[in-house]
Ligand binder design. Structure first.
Ligand code: THU
Length: 133
């Protein structure tokens, strides 16, 4: 399930993760999205003193994707902190659903490497997406 793009995505997520603004949780996350033309779009988490205004790495990356004129997510790498799985939160699973297919692989990693890959369908079964409208 690990693709030839995995290493490029992993390195991009690892790099952007260092930019995370996490004074409250100290939990850095980096996300890298493979998009059209095999371009890579990245994002990190951005926390806020008003805690609920914090933004996940995946949400930052998706904002960058739209800003750069892309609209398709073909593959995702998320790198969290620590040794446990950093899986996208519920809200970010739905955000990914807007631009990814149900078969899109989501590689969950820590800084040392790959931990688990799931498809979006596995992470978000019976999901509601654009074609449901
Ligand atoms: N976080 C992400 O950026 N992505 C995830 O997939 C899980 C959690 C962030 C939110 C918050 O800044 C920190 O990790 C701790 O929850």
């Amino acid at each position: 399930m690990i693709s030839e793009n995995f290493n490029k995505l992993f390195e991009a997520a690892k790099k952007v993760r260092e930019s995370a603004h996490v004074p409250y949780s100290n939990f850095k996350v980096g996300a890298a999205l493979l998009v059209e033309n095999d371009a890579i779009v990245v994002g990190c988490n951005v926390e806020n003193a008003a805690y609920p205004q914090s933004q996940c790495a995946e949400a930052s990356a998706i904002g960058n994707l739209v800003s750069q004129g892309f609209s398709k997510i073909k593959e995702v790498v998320v790198i969290g902190s620590g040794s446990l799985l950093c899986s996208p939160c519920g809200g970010c699973r739905q955000r990914l659903r807007e631009f990814a297919s149900l078969e899109t692989p989501i590689h969950m990693c820590n800084s040392d490497g790959h931990l688990k890959t799931s498809t979006l369908k596995e992470l978000l079964p019976d999901s509601f997406g654009p074609e449901n409208l």
